[in-house]
Design a protein around this ligand. Structure first.
Ligand code: NAD
Length: 340
Protein backbone atom coordinates (compact mmCIF):
# COMPACT_ATOMS: atom_id res chain seq x y z
CA UNK A 1 0.00 0.00 0.00
CA UNK A 2 1.26 3.48 -0.85
CA UNK A 3 0.72 5.70 2.19
CA UNK A 4 -0.46 9.13 0.97
CA UNK A 5 -0.93 12.42 2.84
CA UNK A 6 -2.48 15.62 1.49
CA UNK A 7 -1.34 19.07 2.61
CA UNK A 8 -4.17 21.52 1.88
CA UNK A 9 -7.82 20.50 1.80
CA UNK A 10 -9.38 22.94 -0.67
CA UNK A 11 -10.64 22.53 -4.23
CA UNK A 12 -7.91 20.13 -5.34
CA UNK A 13 -6.95 18.55 -1.99
CA UNK A 14 -10.49 17.38 -1.17
CA UNK A 15 -10.90 15.77 -4.58
CA UNK A 16 -7.51 14.05 -4.52
CA UNK A 17 -8.29 12.76 -0.99
CA UNK A 18 -11.49 11.09 -2.19
CA UNK A 19 -9.69 9.69 -5.24
CA UNK A 20 -6.89 8.24 -3.09
CA UNK A 21 -9.53 6.52 -0.93
CA UNK A 22 -10.83 4.79 -4.08
CA UNK A 23 -7.44 3.19 -4.94
CA UNK A 24 -6.90 -0.41 -3.78
CA UNK A 25 -3.12 0.14 -3.66
CA UNK A 26 -3.21 3.39 -1.61
CA UNK A 27 -4.02 4.35 1.94
CA UNK A 28 -5.03 7.92 2.87
CA UNK A 29 -2.90 8.57 5.98
CA UNK A 30 -4.42 11.99 6.57
CA UNK A 31 -5.00 15.53 5.35
CA UNK A 32 -4.14 18.95 6.77
CA UNK A 33 -6.24 22.03 7.34
CA UNK A 34 -5.39 25.44 8.77
CA UNK A 35 -8.52 25.67 10.95
CA UNK A 36 -11.68 23.70 11.77
CA UNK A 37 -14.75 24.47 9.63
CA UNK A 38 -17.45 22.61 7.71
CA UNK A 39 -14.82 21.08 5.43
CA UNK A 40 -12.99 19.49 8.38
CA UNK A 41 -16.38 18.31 9.72
CA UNK A 42 -17.05 16.56 6.40
CA UNK A 43 -13.57 14.99 6.52
CA UNK A 44 -14.29 13.66 10.01
CA UNK A 45 -17.60 12.17 8.84
CA UNK A 46 -15.73 10.44 6.01
CA UNK A 47 -13.24 9.01 8.53
CA UNK A 48 -10.29 10.98 7.09
CA UNK A 49 -7.57 11.61 9.73
CA UNK A 50 -7.12 15.39 10.15
CA UNK A 51 -3.84 17.18 10.93
CA UNK A 52 -3.18 20.87 11.58
CA UNK A 53 -0.70 22.67 9.29
CA UNK A 54 1.45 23.95 12.21
CA UNK A 55 1.48 24.43 16.01
CA UNK A 56 -0.64 27.61 15.86
CA UNK A 57 -3.24 25.87 13.76
CA UNK A 58 -3.11 22.86 16.15
CA UNK A 59 -4.04 25.18 19.03
CA UNK A 60 -6.98 26.55 17.00
CA UNK A 61 -8.26 23.01 16.38
CA UNK A 62 -7.79 21.97 20.03
CA UNK A 63 -9.53 25.14 21.32
CA UNK A 64 -12.74 24.07 19.53
CA UNK A 65 -12.44 20.46 20.68
CA UNK A 66 -12.11 19.31 17.06
CA UNK A 67 -10.60 15.88 16.48
CA UNK A 68 -7.04 16.45 15.22
CA UNK A 69 -4.16 13.96 15.20
CA UNK A 70 -1.18 16.34 15.22
CA UNK A 71 0.58 18.64 12.77
CA UNK A 72 1.88 18.34 9.20
CA UNK A 73 5.21 17.16 10.62
CA UNK A 74 3.45 14.24 12.32
CA UNK A 75 1.59 13.39 9.12
CA UNK A 76 4.84 13.43 7.13
CA UNK A 77 6.21 10.66 9.40
CA UNK A 78 3.33 8.40 8.29
CA UNK A 79 3.46 8.80 4.49
CA UNK A 80 5.45 7.66 1.49
CA UNK A 81 4.10 10.46 -0.72
CA UNK A 82 2.71 13.89 0.23
CA UNK A 83 0.41 15.69 -2.22
CA UNK A 84 0.92 19.44 -1.82
CA UNK A 85 -2.49 21.03 -2.48
CA UNK A 86 -1.79 24.20 -0.49
CA UNK A 87 -2.66 27.63 -1.97
CA UNK A 88 -0.94 29.01 -5.07
CA UNK A 89 2.62 30.14 -4.53
CA UNK A 90 3.19 28.31 -1.22
CA UNK A 91 5.38 25.53 -2.68
CA UNK A 92 8.69 27.29 -1.86
CA UNK A 93 7.60 27.61 1.82
CA UNK A 94 6.60 23.95 2.07
CA UNK A 95 9.47 22.42 0.07
CA UNK A 96 12.06 22.52 2.93
CA UNK A 97 9.52 20.88 5.28
CA UNK A 98 9.01 18.01 2.83
CA UNK A 99 12.75 17.70 2.19
CA UNK A 100 13.50 17.47 5.89
CA UNK A 101 10.98 14.64 6.22
CA UNK A 102 12.47 12.85 3.14
CA UNK A 103 9.09 12.17 1.57
CA UNK A 104 8.26 12.14 -2.11
CA UNK A 105 6.14 15.13 -3.17
CA UNK A 106 3.50 15.87 -5.78
CA UNK A 107 3.05 19.65 -6.26
CA UNK A 108 0.15 21.29 -8.12
CA UNK A 109 0.46 23.61 -11.11
CA UNK A 110 0.29 26.89 -9.20
CA UNK A 111 2.56 25.91 -6.30
CA UNK A 112 5.52 27.80 -7.77
CA UNK A 113 8.22 27.60 -10.43
CA UNK A 114 11.16 25.17 -10.55
CA UNK A 115 10.00 23.21 -7.50
CA UNK A 116 10.08 19.70 -8.89
CA UNK A 117 12.13 17.42 -11.11
CA UNK A 118 9.43 17.03 -13.77
CA UNK A 119 6.17 18.63 -14.93
CA UNK A 120 3.68 15.79 -15.32
CA UNK A 121 0.81 14.81 -17.62
CA UNK A 122 0.27 11.04 -17.31
CA UNK A 123 -0.31 10.09 -20.94
CA UNK A 124 2.58 12.27 -22.18
CA UNK A 125 5.51 11.71 -19.81
CA UNK A 126 4.69 9.23 -17.02
CA UNK A 127 8.13 7.64 -17.46
CA UNK A 128 9.92 10.95 -16.77
CA UNK A 129 8.45 10.96 -13.26
CA UNK A 130 9.22 7.36 -12.33
CA UNK A 131 11.29 7.17 -9.16
CA UNK A 132 11.65 10.97 -8.87
CA UNK A 133 11.43 12.60 -5.42
CA UNK A 134 9.32 15.52 -6.60
CA UNK A 135 6.92 15.97 -9.50
CA UNK A 136 4.60 18.86 -10.37
CA UNK A 137 1.25 18.04 -11.93
CA UNK A 138 0.66 20.52 -14.77
CA UNK A 139 -2.06 23.16 -14.32
CA UNK A 140 -5.60 22.35 -15.44
CA UNK A 141 -5.30 24.20 -18.77
CA UNK A 142 -1.83 22.83 -19.50
CA UNK A 143 -3.14 19.30 -18.81
CA UNK A 144 -6.00 19.74 -21.28
CA UNK A 145 -3.71 21.20 -23.95
CA UNK A 146 -1.11 18.45 -23.50
CA UNK A 147 -3.67 15.62 -23.74
CA UNK A 148 -5.21 16.93 -26.95
CA UNK A 149 -2.08 18.15 -28.74
CA UNK A 150 -0.11 15.00 -27.80
CA UNK A 151 -2.85 12.73 -29.20
CA UNK A 152 -2.94 14.59 -32.53
CA UNK A 153 0.86 14.89 -32.65
CA UNK A 154 1.31 11.12 -32.20
CA UNK A 155 -1.04 10.37 -35.11
CA UNK A 156 -0.88 13.10 -37.78
CA UNK A 157 1.91 15.27 -36.35
CA UNK A 158 1.68 18.87 -35.15
CA UNK A 159 3.93 21.56 -36.66
CA UNK A 160 2.71 24.37 -34.39
CA UNK A 161 0.01 25.02 -31.80
CA UNK A 162 -1.81 28.31 -31.14
CA UNK A 163 -4.34 28.57 -28.32
CA UNK A 164 -6.58 31.33 -26.97
CA UNK A 165 -7.89 30.54 -23.48
CA UNK A 166 -11.01 32.03 -21.89
CA UNK A 167 -10.39 31.26 -18.23
CA UNK A 168 -13.00 30.97 -15.49
CA UNK A 169 -12.39 33.79 -13.02
CA UNK A 170 -12.31 31.66 -9.86
CA UNK A 171 -13.78 28.52 -8.28
CA UNK A 172 -17.49 28.29 -7.27
CA UNK A 173 -16.88 28.44 -3.50
CA UNK A 174 -14.48 31.39 -3.70
CA UNK A 175 -16.61 34.48 -3.08
CA UNK A 176 -13.75 36.90 -2.54
CA UNK A 177 -12.42 37.13 -6.11
CA UNK A 178 -13.76 38.76 -9.28
CA UNK A 179 -14.17 40.01 -11.87
CA UNK A 180 -17.96 40.28 -11.87
CA UNK A 181 -18.32 42.67 -14.81
CA UNK A 182 -15.17 42.68 -16.92
CA UNK A 183 -13.01 40.55 -19.16
CA UNK A 184 -9.48 40.64 -17.77
CA UNK A 185 -6.41 40.09 -19.93
CA UNK A 186 -4.41 37.35 -18.23
CA UNK A 187 -1.87 38.79 -18.93
CA UNK A 188 -1.96 41.52 -21.59
CA UNK A 189 1.39 40.30 -22.94
CA UNK A 190 2.15 37.05 -24.78
CA UNK A 191 2.63 34.25 -24.08
CA UNK A 192 0.45 33.27 -21.13
CA UNK A 193 2.24 30.76 -18.89
CA UNK A 194 0.44 27.83 -20.53
CA UNK A 195 2.59 27.77 -23.69
CA UNK A 196 5.93 27.47 -21.86
CA UNK A 197 4.34 24.95 -19.45
CA UNK A 198 3.14 22.76 -22.32
CA UNK A 199 6.69 22.91 -23.74
CA UNK A 200 8.03 21.58 -20.42
CA UNK A 201 6.01 18.41 -21.11
CA UNK A 202 5.94 18.27 -24.95
CA UNK A 203 9.48 19.49 -25.33
CA UNK A 204 9.79 20.05 -29.09
CA UNK A 205 6.42 21.69 -29.64
CA UNK A 206 6.15 25.13 -31.25
CA UNK A 207 3.33 26.69 -29.19
CA UNK A 208 2.04 30.17 -28.37
CA UNK A 209 -0.86 30.79 -25.96
CA UNK A 210 -2.81 33.87 -24.88
CA UNK A 211 -5.44 34.05 -22.14
CA UNK A 212 -8.13 36.21 -20.56
CA UNK A 213 -10.45 35.76 -17.58
CA UNK A 214 -14.24 35.80 -17.90
CA UNK A 215 -16.76 36.25 -15.04
CA UNK A 216 -17.69 32.56 -14.62
CA UNK A 217 -16.75 29.88 -12.08
CA UNK A 218 -17.26 26.68 -14.10
CA UNK A 219 -14.76 25.59 -16.76
CA UNK A 220 -12.20 27.16 -19.07
CA UNK A 221 -12.79 27.31 -22.84
CA UNK A 222 -9.93 26.94 -25.34
CA UNK A 223 -9.89 27.90 -29.01
CA UNK A 224 -7.12 25.71 -30.37
CA UNK A 225 -5.45 25.85 -33.80
CA UNK A 226 -2.92 23.16 -34.76
CA UNK A 227 -0.69 23.11 -37.86
CA UNK A 228 -0.70 19.52 -39.16
CA UNK A 229 2.31 17.60 -40.53
CA UNK A 230 0.24 15.20 -42.65
CA UNK A 231 -2.93 15.75 -44.64
CA UNK A 232 -6.00 14.97 -42.56
CA UNK A 233 -9.76 15.39 -42.71
CA UNK A 234 -12.13 16.53 -39.96
CA UNK A 235 -13.11 12.86 -39.53
CA UNK A 236 -9.45 11.79 -39.12
CA UNK A 237 -8.91 14.26 -36.27
CA UNK A 238 -12.21 13.34 -34.60
CA UNK A 239 -11.30 9.65 -34.80
CA UNK A 240 -7.88 10.34 -33.20
CA UNK A 241 -9.55 12.21 -30.32
CA UNK A 242 -12.21 9.50 -29.88
CA UNK A 243 -9.45 6.96 -29.29
CA UNK A 244 -7.27 9.19 -27.07
CA UNK A 245 -7.12 8.76 -23.29
CA UNK A 246 -9.08 11.10 -21.02
CA UNK A 247 -10.74 13.13 -23.77
CA UNK A 248 -14.52 13.17 -24.28
CA UNK A 249 -16.31 14.49 -27.34
CA UNK A 250 -19.65 16.31 -27.32
CA UNK A 251 -21.77 17.81 -30.10
CA UNK A 252 -23.29 21.27 -30.35
CA UNK A 253 -26.21 19.80 -32.28
CA UNK A 254 -27.01 17.50 -29.32
CA UNK A 255 -27.53 20.51 -27.07
CA UNK A 256 -23.97 21.16 -25.90
CA UNK A 257 -24.12 24.86 -26.72
CA UNK A 258 -22.08 26.00 -23.70
CA UNK A 259 -19.96 24.89 -20.78
CA UNK A 260 -23.16 24.85 -18.68
CA UNK A 261 -24.43 21.86 -20.67
CA UNK A 262 -21.20 19.96 -19.97
CA UNK A 263 -21.56 20.59 -16.23
CA UNK A 264 -25.18 19.45 -16.55
CA UNK A 265 -24.02 16.22 -18.22
CA UNK A 266 -21.70 15.53 -15.28
CA UNK A 267 -24.63 16.06 -12.88
CA UNK A 268 -26.86 13.73 -14.88
CA UNK A 269 -24.10 11.10 -15.03
CA UNK A 270 -23.90 11.22 -11.22
CA UNK A 271 -20.26 12.23 -11.21
CA UNK A 272 -19.12 13.20 -7.68
CA UNK A 273 -19.20 17.02 -7.30
CA UNK A 274 -20.17 17.20 -11.05
CA UNK A 275 -16.52 16.53 -11.84
CA UNK A 276 -15.30 16.12 -15.40
CA UNK A 277 -11.90 14.48 -15.46
CA UNK A 278 -11.77 14.41 -19.27
CA UNK A 279 -10.77 17.30 -21.54
CA UNK A 280 -14.00 17.98 -23.47
CA UNK A 281 -13.77 18.68 -27.21
CA UNK A 282 -16.71 19.78 -29.37
CA UNK A 283 -16.78 17.17 -32.16
CA UNK A 284 -18.58 19.52 -34.55
CA UNK A 285 -16.03 22.28 -33.95
CA UNK A 286 -13.22 20.14 -35.37
CA UNK A 287 -12.41 21.66 -38.77
CA UNK A 288 -9.34 21.24 -40.95
CA UNK A 289 -8.73 24.36 -43.08
CA UNK A 290 -5.55 24.90 -45.15
CA UNK A 291 -3.59 22.24 -43.25
CA UNK A 292 -4.64 23.52 -39.82
CA UNK A 293 -7.04 21.84 -37.38
CA UNK A 294 -9.38 24.14 -35.43
CA UNK A 295 -11.33 23.05 -32.35
CA UNK A 296 -13.06 24.20 -29.17
CA UNK A 297 -12.17 22.46 -25.90
CA UNK A 298 -13.50 22.90 -22.35
CA UNK A 299 -11.53 22.10 -19.20
CA UNK A 300 -13.14 21.52 -15.79
CA UNK A 301 -10.55 23.29 -13.67
CA UNK A 302 -11.54 21.69 -10.36
CA UNK A 303 -11.13 18.07 -11.43
CA UNK A 304 -9.10 17.50 -14.63
CA UNK A 305 -5.88 17.08 -12.62
CA UNK A 306 -7.33 14.51 -10.18
CA UNK A 307 -6.41 11.43 -12.29
CA UNK A 308 -3.00 13.03 -12.97
CA UNK A 309 -2.34 13.29 -9.21
CA UNK A 310 -3.15 9.60 -8.70
CA UNK A 311 -0.85 8.56 -11.56
CA UNK A 312 1.89 10.90 -10.30
CA UNK A 313 1.74 9.21 -6.87
CA UNK A 314 2.29 5.81 -8.51
CA UNK A 315 5.03 7.17 -10.78
CA UNK A 316 7.16 8.58 -7.95
CA UNK A 317 6.54 5.51 -5.76
CA UNK A 318 7.70 3.26 -8.59
CA UNK A 319 6.78 -0.26 -9.74
CA UNK A 320 4.03 0.68 -12.21
CA UNK A 321 4.00 1.22 -15.96
CA UNK A 322 2.07 4.14 -17.45
CA UNK A 323 -0.61 1.79 -18.78
CA UNK A 324 -0.97 -0.10 -15.47
CA UNK A 325 -1.38 3.10 -13.50
CA UNK A 326 -3.74 4.87 -15.92
CA UNK A 327 -5.92 1.75 -16.14
CA UNK A 328 -6.26 1.51 -12.34
CA UNK A 329 -6.95 5.25 -12.03
CA UNK A 330 -9.52 5.30 -14.83
CA UNK A 331 -11.38 2.26 -13.42
CA UNK A 332 -11.54 3.82 -9.95
CA UNK A 333 -12.87 7.20 -11.18
CA UNK A 334 -15.32 5.94 -13.80
CA UNK A 335 -13.30 7.24 -16.77
CA UNK A 336 -13.61 5.18 -19.96
CA UNK A 337 -10.14 3.64 -20.30
CA UNK A 338 -8.39 4.03 -23.65
CA UNK A 339 -4.88 2.74 -24.19
CA UNK A 340 -2.34 5.41 -25.09
P1 NAD B 1 -7.70 26.28 -2.38
O1 NAD B 1 -7.52 27.65 -1.91
O2 NAD B 1 -9.07 25.82 -2.77
O3 NAD B 1 -7.19 25.26 -1.25
C1 NAD B 1 -6.00 25.43 -0.56
C2 NAD B 1 -6.19 24.89 0.84
O4 NAD B 1 -4.95 24.96 1.56
C3 NAD B 1 -7.20 25.68 1.64
O5 NAD B 1 -8.05 24.77 2.32
C4 NAD B 1 -6.35 26.48 2.64
O6 NAD B 1 -7.01 26.71 3.85
C5 NAD B 1 -5.20 25.53 2.85
N1 NAD B 1 -3.96 26.20 3.32
C6 NAD B 1 -3.73 27.51 3.52
N2 NAD B 1 -2.46 27.71 3.92
C7 NAD B 1 -1.89 26.49 3.97
C8 NAD B 1 -0.59 26.03 4.32
N3 NAD B 1 0.38 26.87 4.67
N4 NAD B 1 -0.34 24.71 4.26
C9 NAD B 1 -1.29 23.84 3.88
N5 NAD B 1 -2.54 24.22 3.52
C10 NAD B 1 -2.84 25.53 3.58
O7 NAD B 1 -6.66 26.04 -3.55
P2 NAD B 1 -6.80 25.06 -4.80
O8 NAD B 1 -7.67 25.71 -5.80
O9 NAD B 1 -7.15 23.69 -4.32
O10 NAD B 1 -5.33 25.13 -5.37
C11 NAD B 1 -4.30 24.34 -4.84
C12 NAD B 1 -3.24 24.20 -5.89
O11 NAD B 1 -3.79 23.53 -7.01
C13 NAD B 1 -2.67 25.51 -6.42
O12 NAD B 1 -1.30 25.33 -6.74
C14 NAD B 1 -3.46 25.73 -7.69
O13 NAD B 1 -2.79 26.53 -8.64
C15 NAD B 1 -3.60 24.31 -8.18
N6 NAD B 1 -4.71 24.10 -9.09
C16 NAD B 1 -5.92 24.64 -8.83
C17 NAD B 1 -6.95 24.45 -9.72
C18 NAD B 1 -8.28 25.08 -9.51
O14 NAD B 1 -8.97 25.33 -10.48
N7 NAD B 1 -8.71 25.34 -8.28
C19 NAD B 1 -6.76 23.68 -10.87
C20 NAD B 1 -5.53 23.08 -11.07
C21 NAD B 1 -4.50 23.31 -10.18
Amino acid sequence: MIRVGINGFGTIGRRVADAVKKQNDMELAGVTKTRPDYKSMVAERKGIPMYAVDMKSLETFRATGANVKGTLNDLLQRVDVIVDAAPEGTGPLNKPIYQQASVRVIYQGGAGDNLAEALFVAQCNFEEAVGKHSVQVASCNTTGLCRTIDAIDKSVGVTKARAVLARRATDPDDVKKGPIDAVVLDPATLPSHHGPDVKAVLKNLNIVTMAFKVPTTHMHLHSLILGLKKQATNENIVSVLERAPRIQLVDGKSGFKSTAAIMDLAREMGRPRNDIYEATVWRDSVSVVDGEAYLFMAVHQESIVVPENIDAIRAVYGGYSREESMKLTDASLGIEHRQN
